[in-house]
Design a protein around this ligand. Structure first.
Ligand code: BG6
Length: 480
């Protein structure tokens, strides 16, 4: 592993993302020994004029307090320095460069090599100007090696054209290996497990195709609304917020062919192929919803048609998946919080038990909460009679891996950015292909051609979504 001075610069240091995700993830990495205090410094950068201590106070409340007490917290906070400045004027970025250089000189363990990781916890509208400032004033200029990397968060644009524009603006300043586009779903334990599951198990290899699989559902549900984020959310809606990125990434991993190797480029090549094989989404295979009360938020316009719920069918036109509906479902303010993948198998041909009505084989991967994988299968009902019942083979992580702490998605991903491993990040052509799939549909929605149906908060969403599911061939399990 590389050693020497590492500077992590969190731009937008006093914002929500930085406080809730970035700093806590850095803290966890620090606690586990991944960030050594003799070589790492963390810099917060934002417009507000505050002192180092004021920033530390603001961050402190969000740090997960372990059994170890507060010692770790205070030594971690001491690694953080604050620099204030605007996002479009050189002065602030020059001051930042000076602060980083001072740290590098004082740490100077490897003849001045410098690793600079810029984490943009900022609205994408300022990405181009901030990248320009970094490029001109705060990059690593050491003759002794090192690097400069940029970490950016979605939303990467609002449609194909705006995403491409953003990509070219950043692409003119930094090379692709320097740019890390985060999709935090790629950092989740069970999402990372998908490749192993699919390609290291003989069980799945022969079954994972159109001959055996009836349909696949990829589901995201939240039991809270857009509280406090109405202004942002109304500009984007659930498809841009969840489906176009998080769920689509999961779909890629479920559907892709085996990569040539585990090299990030090989994996991402296969993902791009899946995306390019997805055919245009039909309006009749889309149900949109908006929960009652969404428009009470003063930042949401009274006439908003922005969906807070969507179910749609994606179809992959290739040899493995032709005819298998991939049902994407995401919603806010529903009856539960859950993210899962459900792979439903076809009926057993020549069913001598007449048991198919009870339910089909189904393989479920629960990403959260309580990570688990289970297989629904038909067994003989224990007892004297020869009757059948649905049961489960169940791998619940909490039970099986007692005492093992599953890392937070952000923790893993930030560690990857330090290592320079891009496997779990979105490549530029992948992003483009993802927008190509959704842009025509999103434009029709934005033009009001597809209306959002109202649903009650705390419900399952609009009833029409269940009808669509049924039409796509999903069969509920009965008697279980
Ligand atoms: C974010 C979305 O990307 O993911 C939020 O912007 C959503 O709307 C969040 O709540 C969900 O993440 P997780 O990890 O809690 O499922």
């Amino acid at each position: 592993p590389e050693t020497g001075c590492l500077s992590i610069i969190v731009l937008g240091a006093s914002g929500d993302l930085a406080k809730k995700k970035t700093f806590p993830a850095l803290f966890n990495l620090y606690r586990q020994g991944f960030l050594q205090s003799n070589e790492v410094h963390i810099f917060g950068y934002a417009r507000t004029k505050i002192s180092d201590d004021e920033l530390r106070d603001r961050i402190q409340d969000y740090l997960p307090q372990g059994k170890e007490g507060t010692e770790d917290v205070s030594s971690f906070l001491q690694l953080i320095k604050y620099v204030s400045g605007s996002y479009d004027a050189p002065e602030g970025f020059k001051a930042l460069d000076k602060a980083i250089s001072e740290h590098e000189i004082s740490t100077n363990s490897t003849e001045g090599s410098s690793r600079r990781l810029f984490y943009l916890a900022l609205p994408p509208s300022v990405y181009p100007q901030v990248c320009k400032m970094i490029k001109n004033h705060s990059m690593n200029k050491s003759d002794f090696g090192g690097w400069t990397r940029i970490v950016v968060e979605k939303p990467f644009g609002k449609d194909l054209a705006s995403a491409e524009e953003l990509s070219s603006q950043i692409g003119e300043l930094f090379e692709e290996p320097q740019i890390f586009r985060i999709d935090h779903y790629l950092g989740k334990e069970l999402v990372q497990n998908l490749l192993v599951l699919r390609f290291a198990n003989r069980f799945f290899l022969p079954l994972w195709n159109r001959d055996n699989i009836a349909n696949v559902q990829i589901v995201f549900r939240e039991d809270f609304g857009t509280e406090g984020r109405g202004g942002y959310f109304d500009q984007y809606g659930i498809i841009r917020d969840i489906i176009q990125n998080h769920l689509l990434q999961v779909l890629c991993l479920v559907a892709m062919e085996k990569p040539v190797s585990l090299k990030p480029e090989h994996i991402r090549d296969e993902k791009v192929k899946v995306l390019q094989s997805i055919v245009p989404i039909k309006d009749e295979e889309v149900v949109l919803g908006q929960y009652e009360g969404y428009k009470d938020d003063p930042t949401v316009p009274d006439k908003s048609n922005t969906p807070t719920f969507a179910t749609m069918v994606l179809r992959i036109h290739n040899e493995r998946w032709e005819g298998v509906p991939f049902i994407m479902k995401a919603g806010k303010a529903l009856n539960s919080r859950k993210a899962e993948i459900r792979v439903q198998f076809k009926d057993v041909p020549g069913d001598i038990f007449k048991c198919q009505k009870q339910g089909r084989n189904e393989f479920v991967i629960r990403l959260q909460p309580s990570e688990a994988m289970y297989m629904k299968l038909t067994v003989k009902q224990p007892g004297l009679e020869m009757s059948t019942a649905q049961s489960e083979l169940d791998l619940s992580y909490r039970q099986r891996y007692q005492g093992v702490v599953i890392p937070e998605a952000y923790e893993r991903l930030i560690l990857d950015t330090i290592k320079g491993d891009q496997q779990h990040f979105v490549r530029r052509d992948e992003l483009k292909a993802a927008w190509e799939i959704f842009t025509p549909l999103l434009h029709r929605i934005d033009n009001g051609e597809i209306r959002s149906l109202e649903y009650k908060p705390g419900s399952r969403g609009p009833a029409a979504a269940d009808e669509l599911l049924e039409k796509a061939g999903y069969r509920q399990t009965h008697g279980y």
